[in-house]
Write a protein that binds this ligand. Structure first.
Ligand SMILES: [Fe+2]
Length: 465
């Protein structure tokens, strides 16, 4: 754990040993700190370090030396730092086999020499009531993750696979072991780094999965309210606008999700970082950029519009500017973005992979990067409507025009084409309402400002007549 003037180096040994950290601005490691009290857990604090500097270090324990690693101290408030985001690396089926993709990303991330790393959760396949198996499973995770953890502090949000919730209890000791924290360990916490406020939430509270409620909710509101930082990020495992885990993410109670979004808007949260959906998605909702980054190595969710790819996020952050890039296994940038965004309103279609178990509402969902002063929707070049209603009920090609006006009276527009190829299923009920669900399979292409055409597939349901 590293600040702009200190670092806490933490390691464990199997037997009682003494502990020394040798460190310095070059590999001569001319300075050192020691603890002669024999222990198995070693915490050596290095103080008086130079700001925004690369330090090399090595630990020695009863005469056994580690390799030489390095880390970077934080820049001053407002200074630029490199932040990595990765998550959902959990094994596919064997608890001790961390995915090869994750191993490769860990090496790529270490080579980037980041200041800090954010892990958005789901480190391991399972936490069961078998203690020995849990130890093996987390050891496999830690052994791989150390490949970057030796070089930068990792701040993690807990994922559903990390909690032991399947046992009916919360088994957090392994998570807390893997991610050493200052003070009393907590699954939700916040910190300031170089003038940026970062709040980490726990979407996995037993019985309240996919919700932020009770003490945590009160804490979060107070945390965001009391921070005067201009740049704020929130990290959690489950998304607010999931593409596949629909209805069991932070949208499990939609009114609560909407309230959370409002709190983030009110408190100037720039970025909401999450995983859980094993894919990549970026969408701005009223000024809050929602990044789903769940491509760290776990089994990808196949999505028809091809956002299921392995990746991590590389980000340069300062208190006034953020650049974000989704980096694939081959090292190519699959998406990039810069904040603050200063163009006309961006219009997003939330591409939703509906399945038989995860159904969304009756309409395509359109989001705006800022609240429009005016907005209009037009189906099939028909009349403008101020709210999106009236999904066409015939198969074939349909078009949707969306217009949004920003506070400076600049209009944006987006044009969507959908081809409905579904079959209308009429059901009869005895309640007299006579409504059945009519699955429509809709293929479309989305043109964004004439720059890129993205092929998407959207499924949605509409009510029968
Ligand atoms: Fe998850």
């Amino acid at each position: 754990m590293v600040t702009n003037s200190s670092a806490l180096i933490f390691w464990k040994t199997e037997s009682l040993t003494n502990a020394t950290v040798s460190y310095g601005l070059n590999t001569s490691l001319l300075e050192s700190e020691s603890n002669t009290t024999l222990d198995t857990q070693h915490r050596i604090q290095l103080d008086g370090l130079n700001i925004d500097s690369k330090y090399y270090y090595r630990v020695t324990t009863n005469g056994t030396e580690s390799e030489t690693y390095h880390f970077r101290t934080a820049p001053p408030d407002g200074g630029e730092f490199k932040m990595i985001i990765i998550g959902d690396n959990r094994p596919h089926s064997v608890i001790t086999e961390q995915p090869e993709e994750y191993k490769q990303f860990v090496q790529m991330i270490a080579a980037e020499e980041p200041h800090i790393i954010i892990h958005s959760g789901d480190c391991v396949l399972d936490v069961s009531d078998n203690h020995e198996a849990n130890l093996l499973s987390w050891e496999a995770f830690n052994n791989v993750t150390d490949g970057m953890g030796h070089y930068a502090p990792i701040y993690a949000a807990i994922g559903n696979h990390d909690t032991g919730s399947k046992t009916g209890a919360r088994l957090l000791e392994y998570f807390f072991d893997a991610f050493e924290q200052y003070g009393e360990p907590s699954t939700y916490y916040s910190f300031d780094y170089a003038g940026v406020h970062i709040t980490v939430l726990d979407t996995e509270e037993l019985g309240y999965e996919g919700r932020i409620v009770g003490d945590q909710y009160d804490w979060m509101v107070n945390d965001l309210e009391s921070s005067n930082r201009e740049m704020k990020f929130v990290v959690a495992h489950r998304p607010m606008y999931p593409l596949t885990h629909i209805g069991d993410s932070l949208d499990s109670v939609p009114a609560e999700r909407d309230a959370l979004q409002q709190i983030f808007e009110d408190h100037n949260v720039s970025l909401f970082i999450c995983g859980h959906d094993h894919l990549y998605n970026r969408m701005t909702v009223n000024g809050v950029v929602h990044i789903i980054s769940g491509g760290g190595g776990g089994p990808l969710y196949s999505t028809p519009w091809a956002v299921g790819f392995y990746h991590y996020m590389s980000s340069n952050v300062s208190q006034s500017e953020v650049s974000l890039a989704a980096i694939s296994l081959s090292g190519t940038t699959r998406d990039s973005y810069r904040l603050p965004y200063e163009g006309p309103i961006e219009i997003f279609l939330r591409a939703i992979a509906n399945t038989s178990t995860h159904q969304i509402g009756t309409m395509p969902e359109i989001y705006f990067s800022a609240r429009p002063s005016q907005k209009y929707f037009s189906w099939d070049s028909g009349g403008n409507q101020t709210d999106l209603t009236g999904i066409p009920d015939t198969n074939g090609l349909h078009t949707l025009d969306v217009y949004a006006n920003d506070s400076e009276d600049v209009w944006s527009s987006a044009y969507f084409e959908f081809t409905a190829v579904g079959e209308v299923i009429t059901t009869t009920t005895t309640t007299g309402t006579g409504n059945g669900m009519d699955p429509l399979l809709i293929f479309g292409s989305l043109a964004v400002a004439g720059v890129v055409v993205v092929l998407i597939v959207v499924f949605w349901h509409k009510r029968g007549k």
